[in-house]
Write a protein that binds this ligand. Structure first.
Ligand code: KPL
Length: 302
């Protein structure tokens, strides 16, 4: 990347989070570059409503994959590999890949495909984003975000600063996998239960869910600790209760995915924890039961 040109960063996957980041690219003075899914064309116009209730209409710009310094993939976890594959051979071997989805798993699938000098980053966002219709997204919350290097060489300072600015963090997370696990605990607790019980996040504060929540969080924090992450049960449970409280009115993304029959991230959330638990010798019976229930629900509907 030449130091006189601004880094070229594009978004792949224009769901709610993708559109929020694309608008953020524009708002921070960069071109709103995007790669379309399935190599279709991009929409002509996007509409973003910011936290001050102000609407912004803008046109996304089609990115040329071979010119990109970084590609931020914002699809659902189970769509990452399929979405990136058609572009893979056109991307430069030093194009930085950033994965921004709930759960974990695709990073392990992509790792063997990376070129020797290619970096893979993970990012999380807890910004609430509501999709009014396909290309009209409203930012509804100001929750925390994180980004950091998962593998590969450190980024050049200019690109690192631009990505930090996009995700509104002062610096990259020193241990991004631990930060992602901290969010994974919250998603393992809230998302499947709201889907199974067809309820908003806030309803999980009811005492009848307490025992299940405690078991889910305890199992996930044990799997996390077994990998050396500093995620104590007490802190994890407190974080889950805080998110239930702060997002009480929301329907979780998994509730919406199951309800709209569009395939949820259960395999990358609960499924990933159960698979890691099995590998590390940590029992996860309650998560396993919940995983089975959501998969059944996906087949049969509410
Ligand atoms: O990340 C979320 C999601 O719905 O996927 C939470 C934090 C549970 C908010 O709804």
């Amino acid at each position: 990347m030449g130091s006189l040109t601004a880094p070229k960063i594009a978004i792949l996957g224009l769901g709610a989070v993708g559109q929020m980041l694309l608008y953020r690219l524009k708002a921070t003075g960069a071109e709103p570059l995007a790669l379309p899914r399935y190599q279709n064309s991009l929409p002509e116009q996007l509409h973003f409503i910011d936290r001050c209730d102000e609407g912004h209409e803008y046109a996304p710009i089609a990115a040329l994959p071979e010119q990109l310094d970084a590609l931020i993939v914002c699809t659902k976890a189970h769509q990452v590999v399929e979405a990136i594959t058609p572009y893979w051979d056109s991307l430069r071997p030093d194009c930085v890949i950033v994965l921004c989805h709930n759960g974990l798993g695709p990073h392990l699938e992509l790792q063997p495909k990376l070129a020797p000098n290619q970096s893979l980053l993970l990012a999380t966002t807890s910004r609430g984003a509501l999709r009014h219709d396909k290309y009209r997204v409203e930012q509804t919350g100001t929750g925390a975000q994180d980004i950091g290097l998962w593998c590969g060489p450190a980024l050049n300072p200019e690109l690192e600063a631009k990505l930090a600015q996009l995700f509104e963090v002062s610096e990259f997370a020193p241990n991004i996998e631990e930060s992602v696990w901290a969010k994974l605990v919250v998603n393992c607790a809230i998302n499947p239960l709201t889907a199974i019980h067809n309820c908003r996040n806030g309803e999980l504060a009811d005492t009848r869910y307490r025992e299940t929540l405690l078991s889910l969080v305890s199992e996930v924090s044990q799997v996390a600790q077994m990998q050396g992450f500093n995620l104590r049960f007490k802190d994890c449970y407190a974080r889950v209760l805080t998110v239930i409280h702060l997002t009480a009115e929301n329907y979780s993304s998994m509730h919406q995915d199951v309800h709209l029959k569009r395939g949820s991230e259960i395999d990358a959330i609960t499924g990933y924890v159960c698979r890691m638990g099995a590998e590390l010798g940590v029992d996860t019976p309650v998560n396993q039961e919940i995983w089975d229930k959501v998969r059944r629900l996906e087949r049969l509907g509410f």
